[in-house]
Design a protein around this ligand. Structure first.
Ligand SMILES: [Zn+2]
Length: 546
């Protein structure tokens, strides 16, 4: 506790502010909202190539997006891509086109004849954009020092469509490349690894090309370009880099420091090596979230930076650990749609707690879990009850609330406690191996747990994940000196009667001068009495001591 307790408290507060923003949006949602499901994939996307020239003076981009794909199972007569406020210049294709049009939210390309199933096709859309979302310029024209001019992007959840046309749903995963043309002296950062850098003799612009050769989801595509300074390290053969605007360079080292130990811890805890070619983190101005886990290149908010003078009251450890955990949970395996986003955020939250436990001891993790629980209690009382897997949201951002983060983390902690560490770890390793570079839903995790533990967790997932709410236990205890029995009465007091009863294991702890007596019980009914023989009257009765 002590100093570090305060540190983690700050990280928590940042998260809660984000949650409250999401809740405010939820509260204004329209009354008629339909269930949301992943769209029909229709096409197998093999590669997305983006070529972008940034105009830092006009805060605009000129781009060409080339998609390589093949129709799945049946002929395809038109292709719809998400695109908002893009100005179309030209559409070209390896097949003959009947035409194309742009609506306020899509680009619709119609083929002269339906494309046969499995027929690999290449389509290029040239466009310009002055994005108000998705891509953000920080330039002298917008009040920033010229020496720190930069741009950054944010895809999650559905912002990428504001700066390039794309299949903007997490159930499509594909390799990608980004080429960006910038004035000499600027850095260009993107996903994967840098494969080339050339200077155009006519324009004098430098073209930097990055390739992510492993499949990832569209919302994880990132572009950052501008003036940055860099720190470098490595873990095994994996390059680790940390970029900041030049004036922040003196504060970079303290925030970079947790990266290597966190990566080493995760490889050991998860049992699967870091899944990508390298790992970079970049600090940008006015980032809208705490951090964003783009594959191989996380974006971090600049307020995480601090000096040695404040290292005792602040830390980047929680944020760095959270974003790095996402490289496995969210990036290697990705929620199939936003109803399942707890599979991204719950894991990233919980694994940052596990890292904290390894760094500072189990008490520190329990303190994090305690803080998380307080967050759940506070947040869940002021809004309509929603299950973690919930489809009737208006905008995906509503899903990024206390359910995805702290309740998701708690759900994994309960699983780990009930399965035991060794079985839990085997389940998670298998979950990542079986679904590597693919998408997941909660049932994928449930099925592997049942297969490897020999126990059914259908009820567990039903009550904690597919239904809203939580048990509220009223506990009374008494001592009968004649029979030497402690009586503990437990009543489930949550609203909803029999429909919302929980089954859960619970530890009762009795403390007296002679020591501690523990008794494991299973709560299954609305009201139950448990009798425990003890040598003498207990001084303290604890329910769920951890
Ligand atoms: Zn996250």
């Amino acid at each position: 506790m002590g100093k570090r307790a305060i540190r983690l408290g700050r990280t928590m507060k940042n998260k809660i502010i984000l949650l409250m923003t999401a809740l405010a949006i939820a509260a204004t949602a329209a009354p008629t909202i339909e269930n949301k499901y992943a769209p029909d994939p229709k096409i197998d996307i093999r590669h997305l190539a983006l070529d972008v020239t940034a105009d830092f003076e006009k805060s605009a981009v000129r781009g060409a997006m080339t998609l390589t794909f093949a129709p799945i199972a049946q002929p395809l007569d038109e292709l719809r891509l998400d695109a908002i406020d893009l100005t179309l210049e030209a559409v070209t294709c390896s097949e003959k086109l009947a035409g194309y049009q742009a609506t306020d939210k899509e680009i619709i390309v119609t083929f002269a004849k339906p494309l046969p199933a499995d027929h690999e096709t290449t389509l290029t859309i040239r466009y310009t954009a002055q994005p108000v979302k998705g891509l953000y310029f920080r330039t002298p024209a917008t009040g920033y020092p010229a020496a720190e001019t930069h741009l950054w992007t944010q895809g999650e959840s559905i912002e990428a469509r504001h700066w390039y046309p794309c299949p903007d749903h997490p159930n499509a995963k594909f390799s990608s490349e980004v080429t960006c043309h910038v004035p000499a002296g600027m850095l260009v950062l993107s996903n994967g690894r840098k494969v080339s850098e050339t200077t155009d003799p006519v324009t004098a612009l430098v073209a930097v090309r990055w390739l992510q050769d492993k499949p990832h989801a569209n919302y994880l595509l990132s572009l950052v370009a501008g003036y940055f300074t860099m720190l470098e390290d490595h873990y095994r053969n994996i390059p680790l880099r940390f970029y900041t605007p030049p004036s922040d360079a003196p504060q970079a080292a303290l925030s970079f420091a947790p990266t290597k130990p966190a990566m080493e811890f995760y490889e050991h805890e998860i049992g699967r090596p870091y899944p990508w070619a390298q790992y970079g983190q970049v600090i940008v101005r006015d980032f809208t979230w705490g951090g964003m886990e783009n594959t191989t290149l996380a974006t971090l908010v600049d307020r995480t930076l601090h000096t040695a003078d404040t290292e005792n009251i602040t830390s980047s450890e929680g944020l760095v650990a959270h974003e790095l955990a996402h490289q496995w949970f969210g990036d290697l395996v990705t929620c199939k749609d936003w109803s399942q986003v707890w599979l991204n955020e719950g894991f990233a939250t919980y694994y940052s707690f596990l890292f904290v436990a390894q760094q500072h001891g189990r008490e520190e993790m329990l303190y994090n879990l305690f803080g998380s629980a307080q967050g759940i209690f506070e947040q869940s009382t002021n809004q309509p009850e929603r299950a973690m897997v919930f489809r009737r949201y208006d905008k995906p951002v509503e899903q990024f609330d206390y359910r995805a983060y702290p309740k998701g983390a708690w759900t994994l902690h309960m699983l780990r406690c009930q399965l035991g560490e060794a079985v839990y770890q085997r389940c998670i390793k298998t979950y990542l191996e079986r679904h590597a570079y693919g998408t997941v839903v909660t049932e994928d995790l449930n099925a592997i747990i049942e297969e490897l533990s020999g126990r059914s967790f259908d009820r567990f997932f039903d009550q904690w994940v597919y239904h809203p709410g939580m048990p509220i236990l009223e506990v009374n205890s008494s001592w009968d000196e004649k029979t030497k029995l402690a009586k503990v009465s437990i009543h489930q007091a949550q609203a909803g009667g029999n429909e919302t009863l929980f089954h859960l294991p619970l530890l009762l702890r009795f403390k007296s001068k002679d020591g501690i007596v523990d008794r494991h019980v299973e709560i299954t009914k609305a009201s139950e009495d448990f009798y425990v023989p003890l040598a003498q009257s207990p001084d303290i009765v604890r329910v769920d001591p951890e």
